[in-house]
Design a protein around this ligand. Sequence first.
Ligand SMILES: [Zn+2]
Length: 351
Amino acid sequence: MKVRIFALGFAFAALTSMAAAQPSSVVQKTYPIVQGKTYKFERVADGVYYATGGFGSNNVVVVNDADVLIVDTGTSPTTARAFVEDIKLITPKPVKYVVNTHFHFDHTDGNQIFGPDVQIIAHEFVKSEMMRGNVLDREPYKSSAGDAYPARIANLKTQIAAERDATKKAALTRDLATAEGVQAQLREIKVTPPTVTYRGKHVIQAGSQEIQLLNWGLAHTGGDTVVFLPREKIVATGDLMESRLAYMGDATFDDWITALDALKKLDFTLILPGHGVPFEDKALITAYQDYLQDVIVKGNQLKRGGVSAEDAAKQIDLTSHSKAFPQITGPGAELRGMRRLYVWLTERGGG
Ligand SMILES: [Zn+2]
């Protein structure tokens, strides 16, 4: 089933502009492509593929001497099954390692399709968050998926009942079928935490392939992993660094900026982000650090001025960052990110 239209990063669901924006500083290279039924694989290096087109995260495939490591599993078991099926187009080797870059549903909710012979590896925080038992009852899942699709389905049904034009009615009916298909996928999710956890650094030696899992403390979430391939000089960053603005609802803002400093010190030439497009220019990382810094400063000013988080989400002016992040088309920021900023500012006693 086609779910591609729902594959947009959930972080942007609440932004006014859904335009497929790319930073002007990202020079998009073209790579050899293997097109599967669901996923498109860009061969960015020998044995390394960037996979897009599924439901949720963009994933990475590393083909080792005897097996395969994948980074992230998407939003549903259906998309993970489609991913594994499509991987057979690039290699007959079995998936042995799954890395979850962080606990968010769009990176982990395909985990359940993997058997006990597959290691699901993540920072220990990922396991503890997923073991708390209510990840499907809270953000970011709740308003991005759990509550979003029932609301969309109800809305479409109302629209269909009121629509007089037969062509428009048919189009709405197709949208309804797609939304109900997604809803069915979401109902199948059984939250499946990682089976192997680490802190700080974890190295996988898969034949001649060295794969480093690195964590630099709190950032996008409480336990983000970047996957570094020193031989290929490639790093998969999850949502710690996207080619566009990331969700901030679980952020620790100042530590995130520090973690990005650590990222810049790695010896890589290509970033494969959890959403967006591959990019080479480290200047985009600095631009994102500047953005986060500005979020802190301007959010703090608004909070001290008595502006609520809800109003700050409408008012905060981050438009000076629109050159690097063209999805910024006017004042405002994602509401869950601003709510988190306010909580964080209070916790650190700054506001
Ligand atoms: Zn995330």
